[in-house]
Design a protein around this ligand. Structure first.
Ligand code: C5P
Length: 222
């Protein structure tokens, strides 16, 4: 078998991280959640007291911030300047701001180059919004994972509820739709399906079925 890279892109809540994590573990590949990196920068920006419009200051901050991902049993741990922020970056106040920080070109440049480095030796499953289109345009397998807004909102609702963040379902639908819009309409590397991506619609599909399909596709390209 030869080493390959797998890119998984798609809108918020399509199940990318769950699916990517399970497939990585079965395929003995390294899972990299790039959304966590944008969330980590957003966490730093907000805890520094900066607002999303302070582009110059944010560019400076993105350059000097150290972001590290470390594999763990249930995914990965995230560190900003050596401080673990794995839980904090999932808070709703981060989700509400992250796409506005992620559209800043200097932030994207910095994180994209880190991500390219992480995949240089192959054997990586990376999930995000622009992996197949910009970060790993030569990935051996590209998946575009999608689902209806309602199915995605329901999944987020259950996830948050399990962590006792009770957010009204209607509010989640609204926030997901807004985030999709910001991600799809930004100027630099917007969320878009790569031409050579395999599209999987996960609406109503059990996670296991999606993982199974990805593993079969991956094995056919090794
Ligand atoms: O994947 P997750 O929902 O955690 O990503 C959070 C946000 O980070 C996305 O809504 C998007 O704005 C940004 N992002 C991005 N490019 C990526 C991964 C995430 O712009 N490759």
């Amino acid at each position: 078998d030869s080493l390959i890279n797998i890119a998984i892109d798609g809108p918020a809540g399509a199940g990318k991280s769950t699916v990517a994590r399970l497939a990585a573990s079965k395929l003995h590949m390294i899972y990299i959640d790039t959304g966590a990196m944008y969330r980590a920068v957003t966490w730093k920006v907000l805890s520094t007291g900066l607002a999303a419009h302070q582009i110059e200051e944010i560019a400076q901050l993105a350059e000097t911030t150290e972001i590290a991902l470390e594999p763990s049993e249930d995914g990965q741990k995230v560190f900003v300047d050596g401080v673990e922020v794995t839980e904090q970056i999932r808070e709703p106040y981060i989700s509400q701001k992250v796409s506005h920080i992620a559209k800043i070109p200097s932030v994207r440049n910095r994180l994209t180059s880190l991500q390219k480095q992480m995949a240089i030796h192959k054997g990586v499953i990376m999930d995000g919004r622009d992996i197949g289109t910009h970060v790993l345009p030569d990935a051996e397998l590209k998946i575009y994972l999608t689902a209806s807004v309602e199915a995605r909102a329901k999944r987020r609702y259950e996830e948050l509820k399990a962590k006792s963040h009770e957010v009204p379902y209607e509010q989640i639908v609204k926030e997901i739709a807004e985030r999709d819009h910001t991600d799809e309409t930004r100027e630099v590397s917007p969320l878009r399906q790569a031409e050579d991506a395999v599209v999987l619609d996960t609406t109503g599909l059990p996670i296991e079925a999606v993982v199974h399909r990805i593993i079969a596709l991956a094995e056919s390209r090794m």
